[in-house]
Design a protein around this ligand. Sequence first.
Ligand SMILES: NC(=O)c1ccc[n+]([C@@H]2O[C@H](COP(=O)([O-])OP(=O)(O)OC[C@H]3O[C@@H](n4cnc5c(N)ncnc54)[C@H](OP(=O)(O)O)[C@@H]3O)[C@@H](O)[C@H]2O)c1
Length: 240
Amino acid sequence: MAAGEAALSSPFAACAAGEGLVLGRIAQSLDGRIATPSGASRWIGGAEDLAHTHRLRASADAVVVGATTVAADDPRLTTRLVPGPSPVRVVLDPRRRLGTSFHVFRDGLPTLLCTSPEAATPPRHGTAEVMAFACPHGGFDLRALLDRLAGRGLRRILIEGGGVTLSRFLAADLLGRLHVTLAPVLLGGGIPAFSFPPAASPATARRLAWSVHPLGGDLLLDIAFTAQAAGRGGEAPRMP
Ligand SMILES: NC(=O)c1ccc[n+]([C@@H]2O[C@H](COP(=O)([O-])OP(=O)(O)OC[C@H]3O[C@@H](n4cnc5c(N)ncnc54)[C@H](OP(=O)(O)O)[C@@H]3O)[C@@H](O)[C@H]2O)c1
């Protein structure tokens, strides 16, 4: 495998020793949706897309998802399609609205449930450990969350969705890299991949640089968030 291909298929493994990376990952339809209006998302991308996600998980320390994704998909977030260890699962559920019947809370593999201090007792959620975070105005301080994870040795972080979760990391300017799979499917409506306040014009919008790679019948858009990659109006979009 060429060095460029290796960095694409396993960007976490390409991190220098002790270095961290926060990588966003999402598969979207041509019309920018990650699920139908009812929340069905399996599968927007093809088999190669799924295998790519599992490869990313295999070299990540932790994988982060929002509460709505767990409620909709009941994902395992393991690496069962590829060799390599499964990452620690991190679920953002500020109101602790998820029950304990989901796979990530009962399969015994490591899971951290991030919730607000008011909802943090009892300290276990099924087999998961509960972590309390201040959640003013319904939003966690994501930098503090990354610091807490780093304190546990979890520095290679895969943000696997859904759109709200990914958009909040993007708006907080915490993504180092983003892998978007663009699939040739039209959903005509549904849950958006990205949502934040709109730019006033294309000229003032955040403009990114990407490289584009075939992924089975889909396209993988690989975006690095560097100072150089941000073009005109290169600030991160702000949440209200
Ligand atoms: N195509 C794909 O690649 C892909 C990947 C993953 C998921 N999905 C689909 O995406 C859909 C769900 O996506 P979604 O955008 O609606 O929701 P989501 O991102 O999965 O979950 C959003 C919820 O998680 C909690 N949350 C996330 N970030 C938070 C933060 N920074 N601070 C506090 N709470 C936070 C909040 O819970 P509260 O509402 O309790 O405040 C928030 O409403 C599902 O249908 C799933 O199937 C698709």
